[in-house]
Write a protein that binds this ligand. Sequence first.
Ligand SMILES: Cc1cc2nc3c(=O)[nH]c(=O)nc-3n(C[C@H](O)[C@H](O)[C@H](O)COP(=O)(O)OP(=O)(O)OC[C@H]3O[C@@H](n4cnc5c(N)ncnc54)[C@H](O)[C@@H]3O)c2cc1C
Length: 323
Amino acid sequence: MILVLCEVKDHHLKKASAEALSAAQFLAASLQVPIAAVFLGAEAQGHEEAQNYGAQFIFTCFSPALAAYSSDLYAHTLISLAQEKKAKVVLGAATALGKDVLPRVAAQLQGGYANEITEIVPGSGSFQVIRPIYAGKAWMTLGFGDRIAVLSTRPNLFALQVKNETAHRESVTVPSQDFKAVVKELMAKSTNKPDLTEANIIVSGGRGMKEGANFKLLEELAEALGGVVGASRAAVDAGWGLPHSMQVGQTGKVVSPTLYIACGISGAIQHLAGMSSSKYIVAINKDSEAPIFKVASYGIVGDLFDIVPALTSAARALKLNGG
Ligand SMILES: Cc1cc2nc3c(=O)[nH]c(=O)nc-3n(C[C@H](O)[C@H](O)[C@H](O)COP(=O)(O)OP(=O)(O)OC[C@H]3O[C@@H](n4cnc5c(N)ncnc54)[C@H](O)[C@@H]3O)c2cc1C
């Protein structure tokens, strides 16, 4: 069996989890085992959607203890489920939650762990996965032998595979155990914008933005395109009031949107590590030698303070014309 840790947001299955289920379909075909979607926590939504992406089983583990996120309890529940069902693979999306829980599951099950996989190489009775290493400079292919494989899929990379199933539902008991850390309260920042890691369009600014107030230009472009705003570490560290949650890169978020527009970002390797798997990269930089142009699908050499407002006007005009 393949267990897929499913996350729910605003009463719906997260797109990143639907992608993980879609990726699981390749593994299921290789291993000839069923896919089970695992829902932990108090949310009772998203199950129907999981069936649409190939889940043949739906395991729900609802208890008041799981209502607030706890890495220990989530990991422990997944581990006992994996043991009970003799799972061959535990899979999730490389979201903040997935990256927190899945390594614990791998360590305690003494399994193999691959984070942020970008590709699955199916085989007959086995499979391999590919993931970036050295900040995206190289790719590693991994196999797992007889060990249980614990994997996370990089969001926005696996195409959604619709495969309607009628899933068998099972409610799973949450194991009782005392943990050293207990979550007392969780305060979520309310925002109606998607998380950077799930955004389809990102407009990012770097040191070339000169000051925090100028990020308004990027907000306007992002709004016209239906995207969100990110930043380089130089911009976040500059004391311009940009939160670390906006940072893209090796020590920030890894993103794979369809469109990434880098404004006044030089393209240091640590920044590229977070965005080079974007489908289309547009770089705006006044230095024609800036390394960002090496990874850009489209490069615009010029002053961003002229170019960004022009792009915003063009995007607004297209929208007005129904484009
Ligand atoms: C361990 C480690 C981890 C790191 N992690 C990260 C990370 O997660 N994310 C990250 O981003 N960085 C990270 N860095 C930092 C990284 O090395 C770079 O310092 C940083 O990415 C540079 O940010 P930048 O491109 O905004 O600034 P700069 O390198 O200063 O580039 C600014 C660019 O703006 C252009 N520019 C200036 N004015 C204009 C204008 N008016 N119009 C158009 N272009 C203009 C310039 O030509 C230049 O190319 C890390 C570094 C280390 C050592």
